[in-house]
Design a protein around this ligand. Sequence first.
Ligand SMILES: [Ca+2]
Ligand SMILES: [Ca+2]
Length: 575
Amino acid sequence: MIRRLIFAFISIAISITIASSIKAAETIRPNVLFIAMDDLNDWIGCMGGHPQTITPNLDRLAKSGVLFTNAHCAAPACNPSRISVFSGIAPNVSGVYANNQVLREVLPDVELLPKSFSKNGYRSTGSGKMLHYIIDAQSWDDYFPEPASEMPIPHTLYPDKRPVSLPRAGPWQYVETDWGALETTDQEFGGDFTVSQWVSEQLAQKHDNPFFLACGIYRPHEPWFVPAKYFEPFPLESILIPPGYKEDDLADLPPEGQRQGPNRYFAHIQKQGQWKHAIQSYLASIHFADAMLGRVLDALDNSEYADNTIVVLWSDHGWHLGEKQHWQKYTAWRVCTRIPLMIRVPKNCPGLPEGTSSGICNQPVNLVSLAPTLFDLCGLPPSKVHDGPSLTPLLKDVDGQWPHVSVTCLHNPGDYGLSDNRWRYIHYANGDEELYDIAADRYEWNNLAADPKYADKLAELRAKGPTSFASKPEPSIQSLNKLTWVTLGDDKAPPSRPDGSQFPVFFINQSEAPVKLYWVDRMGQPKFYEEIQPTKTARQATRPGAIWQITNLQDKPLGYFKVDDRSAQAIIPAH
Ligand SMILES: [Ca+2]
Ligand SMILES: [Ca+2]
């Protein structure tokens, strides 16, 4: 009897101990270190994208948690990709598909990740590029360098005289497409070094609340200038071209694929003999970004938060370096949609008490899942607006059941790429399709869409694609870049040198008198277009390098604008 009582007592005592330890585990509130890299494709050691890449810090982070090898962005451009990460809303639902759209114009009331964490007792801070050249200060408790500036990137050293390596081929060319080694130190270079410094300082401090800490590393985004020591391991004569490059790769593409592939950048880079130098500079920029990541990881390891912080690292989209005759981004091919994604979860998080072990997950996942995953892991109440499935089941078991596909929406609503665990399907709004078997063809060289043998597979994947696409609101005129007004005295406006794709420029008459708008032709002769009344705006389709002259009603030239590489507003001042 006594024995039984003692046994019962011990059992109760053990139950209470277990219950209280479970309760203690449930109450742990993990910190989040949220690291973004910009324009980083799979050229990292643990993903094997390029044999020469050197990324010890990315590799050690990957090894310490779960590396997703089949992760894709929601859109292959900074702005829509990042908005989908921070809102948890897919582009075909939000209507944000392109870089020129404005977050708060399209989604005025959307709650972004840091705000959700703040509302749940966290302190949300960050530095560096997380959103597309804005901070969205309302979403954060603090930001470095200065929230009110809305400029997330600290001062960075650039060469005084540019271009350094790639001559400007015309006004269509993005001014940052350029590269070279800088004779400078990391500290003098600033930029990502300064970001890593600030983030490391936050990790060294005592915090009363759990934190959501964002670290936006801007390299390897263009321009590919980094301190010279990061170029040293990549001698130019040793550089290998991208393993996914195939010269005649376009032949089996449908018309829309053939249109999206070749662009002027790659042709220009090849013509200038700059291809290998560019590859070298991308590798150097990745090497530098990896070193900056290493500083942050070291700071975390040496902090009191080493064992209670979730670490998420992602890149916003991939990058072409000549594959499919393309340079840059914006395409639905795997080289452009696939990104590094790694997640490390410590023990005792509400959504995953056992934490992550070292593992590799090959299931198709998407960055739109990051928000619901973090909500889940940290025990935040689920959001009704999140579109993606939480990745927690895969963090628990990398080989677990996963019925989902991963979709990347392009710039034009209706164009998308889709990945399952083996296949890739590309659909263009005009009905053109591509199909690739990644198990046999990792570089997407053999388009199988026209082969009747794969008709069933094509139909199966087509049926898994998005069924609706939100319309795409254009940015307001006020949000556009402003062209420089050049006052004309007795001089003549220069001739136009139009070159590049067409877009609208908005001429806004802020003077008190009506004016006349002239296009200056290639010979320097003005050609009348229209009169613009005071306070009125004229919309004009035009191209990079075009010159638009303004005169008074008596045809006296007042000034002119030179059109840059994108849509803009042209404000006609009082005169
Ligand atoms: Ca980017
Ligand atoms: Ca091909």
